[in-house]
Ligand binder design. Structure first.
Ligand SMILES: NC(=O)c1ccc[n+]([C@@H]2O[C@H](COP(=O)([O-])OP(=O)(O)OC[C@H]3O[C@@H](n4cnc5c(N)ncnc54)[C@H](OP(=O)(O)O)[C@@H]3O)[C@@H](O)[C@H]2O)c1
Length: 251
């Protein structure tokens, strides 16, 4: 029987590229997102991709979609939770309502999806739950009052669940992309170092999920290794270097 992957955010960007990569590798692929027309377009081009429209903030619907995928395909082997929102213009201030919205999609939306597959994976005692985070979650960055903190929370959640699901033989995997050219980053008006394509990211993700066993899949290494180094240096040096690199102006 063909293996099955469920991808949220599967109608655009990284999620769509991962959907196509797995479909090309012979998997059955379920894709979710809010915009049905976009999902349908992907579905129409690949016989083994099927659309399951979903707003990840709708807890009940997350359970309905999980049930429908299992009914249609007979099983669920990998989840790839890739929904996310980022609005650079709104990240410069402490706009509490906006930050709540960001957390609602990035953190709680992902959590709703994980909750909906919890029993399935505990009973299956196999499979992978993938959480798409970001390098922005490693350490605090300037002008990132909602997005970075929401991704930092996801990183911590992924580590926590790694232990909890690990006891049942289920792998929890964290994906930390650098800059990838998608509708999300098309809004950025700054130079994005080592910008890569969604297809490049899909390739890295497929390899990391299927051929490797590590907890975190991060790319491109030219950028992520620098950021990992910045994570372990003393705070004073971190603030100095990142301030310089991002040309932070003192008020
Ligand atoms: N691109 C990068 O450089 C980069 C870097 C680091 C991390 N990431 C992370 O990678 C993931 C994918 O981002 P992307 O770059 O591929 O951007 P994207 O193309 O904008 O993808 C975001 C996806 O999330 C879906 N989505 C948003 N809100 C949703 C909701 N309430 N319910 C269901 N689906 C929802 C969107 O579809 P609908 O609008 O149709 O719902 C869209 O397909 C995100 O978690 C992002 O934070 C991206």
């Amino acid at each position: 029987m063909k293996k099955v992957i469920w991808i949220t955010g599967g109608g655009t960007g990284i999620g769509k590229a991962v959907a196509i990569e797995f479909a090309n590798q012979g998997w059955n692929v379920a894709i979710s997102g809010r915009r049905e027309n976009i999902l349908k377009e992907v579905e129409d081009n690949y016989p083994n991709i099927k659309a399951y429209p979903l707003d990840v903030n709708d807890k009940e619907k997350c359970f309905d979609v999980t049930k429908a995928i299992k009914k249609d395909f007979g099983d669920l082997d990998i989840c790839f939770f890739s929904t996310g929102t980022w609005d650079p213009k709104k990240e410069r201030e402490i706009d509490v309502e906006q930050i709540e919205k960001v957390f609602k999609v990035n953190f709680f939306g992902t959590l709703n999806c994980i909750k909906s597959v919890e029993d399935h994976f505990r009973n299956k005692r196999d499979g992978i739950i993938t959480i798409v985070s970001s390098i922005a979650g490693y350490k605090g960055l300037p002008n990132s009052t909602g997005y970075g903190p929401s991704k930092a929370a996801l990183n911590n959640l992924a580590e926590s669940l790694y232990f909890d699901f690990g006891r049942y033989g289920v792998r929890v995997c964290l994906v930390s992309p650098g800059f990838i050219k998608t509708p999300m980053t098309d809004k950025n008006n700054f130079k994005m170092p080592f910008l890569k394509t969604p297809e490049y990211s899909a390739n890295q993700i497929y390899d990391g999920l299927i051929n490797k066993k590590s907890f975190e899949i991060h790319f491109p290494k030219q950028l992520t290794l620098i950021l990992k180094f910045l994570k372990i240096i003393p705070d004073r040096l971190y603030f100095y270097l990142v301030g310089k690199l991002t040309k932070l102006q003192k008020k």
